[in-house]
Design a binder for this molecule. Structure first.
Ligand SMILES: Cc1ncc(COP(=O)(O)O)c(C=O)c1O
Length: 384
C-alpha cells in the first residue's frame, strides 16, 4: 500500500494559469465550423513568412542540440536593441522559453520560500503563479480607481515587508491595458532605489511595447532601456509572442545588468530554446515591414472597436496593447463569464478575467477586420 505524497500547501492552493479557449475545442463542443478567437492577444496576421522559412530551414538540424548560448540570436538582439542612447551588449540579455520562463527564472534566482514579490491586483497572472509555485508570497496592491497600478501603494508594501525581493510592473498591464506614465515610473524607481540600498529588483514587463502609441507628453510610457542607464536594478521583459506573431515558438528575452542576469543563467535549463524558435525569432527581427504592418493594423482595429463599443454603449478602459478590457456589467448587464459563455455559442472566443478579480469585465484581443466585425455582431446580438 502506498499513500500518495502531498505537495506543500502553497502548491495545493495554487490556481493554475488558464489559457484562452482553443479554437478546435470550441468547434468540437459547439459543433461550429467557423470560430473567431480574440482571446490570447496574439497577432491575428500570423508570423512573418521569413520567420517561418527560417524555422523550416533549421529543421534539418533537428538531430543536433540547440546552441545553448544562442550566440546568433543574442547578437541580432543586441544590434536590434542598441541605439545612440544605449548599447545593449549580448551578455545583458537572458533568453527564455517565452517571457513566462524569465518571470520564473527571476523569481527562483532572487527569492527563497517565505520571501515576497510586490505587484498590483489584476497584474499579469504569471507573476502570482510563478511566485506561489516556489512558496514566495505575493503582495498585491489595489488598483487605482482608473484601473492602473498604484505605484505608491506598491512602494508602501515594499517598505513594510523587508522580504520583498522583486517588484513586477507590466506596462501596459494585461488584462487591463492601462499603463503608468514616465513621471510615475521615474518617481517610483527613485523611491525604490532608496529602500534597502536599491537591492529590490524592479521587473518592467514590456510585452506590448511595440504596440504602444503613447510616446510623448504627460501620458507617455517611458523607454525602459533609457531608465536602465540610471537604475541598474531594472530588468526589462520583452517577447516574440505578440507583435512578432511567434507565440507558438515560445521566445522571450530579458534585458538587464550582466551581473544580475548571470545568476539566472546558472539555473536556466541548458537547452531551453528550440533551434527552430531561435531561427524564427532572428528572422522575425529582420522583417521590420511585418512588424510595421501589425502595428498599423492594430491601430486600425483599435479605432474600429472603440467606435463600435461606444455605439453599443459598452464602456472600455484605454489600452496601449493589442486588446481592450470592456465593462460588460455596465454595458450589457451581464458578468464577463456570462458574455464569454454566450459568445462561444455564436462562435466567438473572448477572454473572461474573473480569475483577476474582474468579474464584470471581458478582454477582447484585436483581430483582423473580418474577425472584429463578426465579434461586434455577436456582442450586438447578445445585447439584444
Ligand atoms: C504582460 C505579459 N507579460 C508576459 C506575457 C507572456 O508572454 P510569453 O511567455 O508568451 O512571452 C504576456 C502574455 O500574455 C503578457 O501579457
Amino acid at each position: 500500500m502506498f499513500e500518495l505524497p502531498q505537495p506543500p500547501e502553497y502548491i495545493r492552493s495554487l490556481k493554475p494559469y488558464v489559457p484562452g479557449k482553443p479554437i478546435e475545442e470550441t468547434q468540437r463542443e459547439y459543433g461550429l465550423k467557423r470560430v473567431v478567437k480574440l482571446a490570447s492577444n496574439e497577432n491575428p496576421f500570423g508570423p512573418s513568412p521569413r520567420a517561418v522559412a527560417a524555422a523550416r530551414k533549421s529543421l534539418k538540424e533537428s538531430h543536433r542540440y540547440p546552441d545553448s548560448a544562442a550566440y546568433s540570436l543574442r547578437k541580432a538582439l543586441s544590434t536590434h536593441l542598441s541605439t545612440a542612447h544605449r548599447t545593449v551588449a549580448p551578455n545583458e540579455l537572458l533568453l527564455g522559453n517565452g517571457s513566462n520562463e524569465l518571470i520564473d527564472l527571476l523569481i527562483r534566482t532572487y527569492s527563497v520560500s517565505g520571501d515576497a514579490i510586490a505587484t498590483s491586483q489584476a497584474a499579469f497572472v504569471a507573476y502570482r503563479v510563478c511566485a506561489q509555485a516556489h512558496g514566495v508570497r505575493v503582495l498585491e496592491a489595489p488598483l487605482t480607481e482608473d484601473m492602473r497600478f498604484d505605484l505608491g501603494a506598491i512602494l508602501d508594501s515594499v517598505r513594510r515587508d523587508s522580504r520583498v525581493k522583486l517588484v513586477f510592473i507590466a506596462n501596459p498591464n494585461n488584462p487591463t491595458g492601462t499603463h503608468n506614465t514616465s513621471l510615475e515610473i521615474r518617481e517610483f524607481l527613485e523611491s525604490l532605489a532608496k529602500i534597502r540600498r536599491g537591492s529590490v529588483i524592479c521587473v518592467l514587463d514590456y510585452a506590448y511595447w511595440e504596440y504602444v502609441s503613447s510616446h510623448r507628453g504627460k501620458e507617455a510610457i517611458p523607454d525602459p532601456l533609457v531608465l536602465q542607464l540610471e537604475f541598474p536594478n531594472v530588468v526589462v521583459l520583452r517577447t516574440f509572442s505578440k507583435v512578432y506573431g511567434l507565440a507558438g515558438f515560445r521566445m522571450g528575452y530579458a534585458i538587464g545588468s550582466a551581473a544580475l542576469l548571470s545568476y539566472c543563467e546558472r539555473i536556466r535549463m541548458p537547452f531551453n530554446l528550440a533551434t527552430p524558435s531561435m531561427a524564427a525569432a532572428e528572422a522575425a527581427l529582420a522583417d521590420k515591414a511585418h512588424v510595421r504592418r501589425a502595428v498599423s493594423e492594430n491601430k486600425r482595429a483599435m479605432i474600429f472597436w472603440q467606435k463600435e463599443l461606444s455605439r453599443l454603449s459598452i464602456p472600455y478602459w484605454p489600452s496601449q496593447g493589442n486588446f481592450l478590457l470592456v465593462n460588460t456589467r455596465v454595458g450589457m448587464g451581464m458578468s464577463g463569464p456570462e458574455v464569454f459563455e454566450k459568445s462561444l455559442k455564436l462562435g466567438v472566443i473572448f477572454r473572461p478575467v474573473a480569475n483577476y478579480g474582474l468579474d464584470d469585465a471581458l478582454r477582447i484581443s484585436m483581430g483582423t477586420m473580418l474577425e472584429n466585425r463578426i465579434a461586434v455582431r455577436a456582442l450586438e446580438r447578445l445585447k439584444g
